[in-house]
Design a protein around this ligand. Structure first.
Ligand SMILES: [Zn+2]
Length: 359
């Protein structure tokens, strides 16, 4: 379970390692933050919603903090660029994304974003648009927003749980089925003049095979784990901050906005736990100049026990088992008035081996 990363050994990854080392020998900070919203509505489920006035408050904070709102592809390019130069350094950049294409994006969020002239991205599960479900946007609304700074991107066709195999499904069949999900969505988006190579994993769920598939199709993948993007981020699993329910608090929002990419090498490990339900997390820092005594990690049961195994390595142990469903460990390390921020997803099936149900 522990490891230096699930894409270990690829040429792509080696390039990223070099990028990471170059990044941190210089003094500037490369960080790009991506925000994730679903509904902007008071009447929808709290777990995926933010109230309209709270959403506008977030936009006010983005402006007051001096952040530039970039299109998502440009934010990725800028924050992962390891080169230094006079134009780089402490850039305050953020991108706004919405998953699932709910109606309130058009009726409530769009007018406010348009008034500010800010770009944003909507990750669309295309079948829900094709079915003309009244809770979701129409192709006409998506097309209209795309002419006003919106990127319309891929979120599979059916909003499937990608990591779930059918009963007795062979690897090739699964791969074909998932490729179909992504390519059907891509084709439908293109048919409406909405082409993009940006992809968001439904429910933020992934495994090694899923990431490889997204990579094979030449796409950039986004999860739902917290953190900022930097030169050493994995382009198949870029972090976003989910902002809904209890996670919309303004002070915490400022901390997320100002957050920095966690200075570790390829920390992502397979999220699925099947026997050890208290998985350790190994953090391998890219520099030995950080004060790791200020590192804090939270997991199931609260604060995690940390042990420094070297001056660049820390092992984090959870207080309790990860629960059935999705769980995350969250680690932060202060740097001035900002935080390096990292989150690791864990996925656990029910005790009889069946999949959990979404709430
Ligand atoms: Zn979704």
């Amino acid at each position: 379970m522990l490891g230096s990363g699930i894409l270990h050994g690829t040429t792509f990854q080696k390039k990223l390692v070099v990028g990471a080392l170059i990044c941190c020998l210089t003094t500037h900070v490369d960080a790009g933050v991506v925000l994730l919203y679903h509904h902007v509505d008071e009447a929808t489920p709290a777990i995926t919603s933010i109230a309209p006035d709270q959403f506008n408050r977030h936009l006010d904070i983005i402006e007051a903090e001096g952040f530039t709102v970039l299109p998502l592809d440009e934010l990725v390019k800028r924050s992962m660029d390891a080169s230094s130069g006079p134009e780089k350094g402490d850039e305050k950049i953020v991108a706004i994304t919405f998953d699932d294409a709910y109606r309130s994006i058009y009726t409530t969020a769009f007018p406010n974003l348009q008034a500010r002239g800010w770009p944003f991205t909507i990750f669309v599960a295309t079948r829900l648009i094709e079915e003309k479900n009244p809770h979701y946007l129409t192709w006409a609304q998506l097309a209209e927003m795309s002419t006003h700074g919106a990127t319309i991107a891929n979120h599979t066709d059916s909003h499937t749980h990608m990591i779930r195999r059918l009963d007795a499904e062979m690897a090739d069949h699964w791969k074909g089925r998932m490729r179909g999900e992504l390519m059907t969505a891509k084709g439908l988006l293109a048919k409406h003049g909405l082409d993009s190579n940006l992809f968001a994993y439904p429910y933020g769920e992934y495994d090694e095979e899923t990431l490889n598939l997204v990579g094979d199709l030449g796409m950039i993948g986004f999860g739902q784990q917290s953190g900022a993007i930097g030169p050493h981020s994995n382009p198949l699993l870029l972090p976003r901050y989910p902002l809904a329910g209890v996670y919309v608090d303004e002070a915490a929002f400022r901390d997320k906005l100002r957050s920095l990419p966690f200075p570790v090498l390829h920390p992502e490990v397979e999220p699925m736990v099947s026997d050890n339900f208290k998985p350790l997390l190994e953090l391998s820092f890219i520099t030995d100049t950080l004060n790791l005594s200020r590192l804090t990690c939270y997991g199931p049961g609260g604060l995690m026990a940390l042990s420094e195994t070297s001056n660049t390595n820390v092992l984090a142990t959870p207080a309790e088992e990860v629960s059935v469903g999705r769980t995350r460990y969250n680690c932060t390390l202060p740097k001035g008035n900002r935080f390096y921020w990292f989150s690791q997803l864990w996925i656990r099936k029910q005790s009889d081996g069946s999949w959990y149900h979404e709430p």
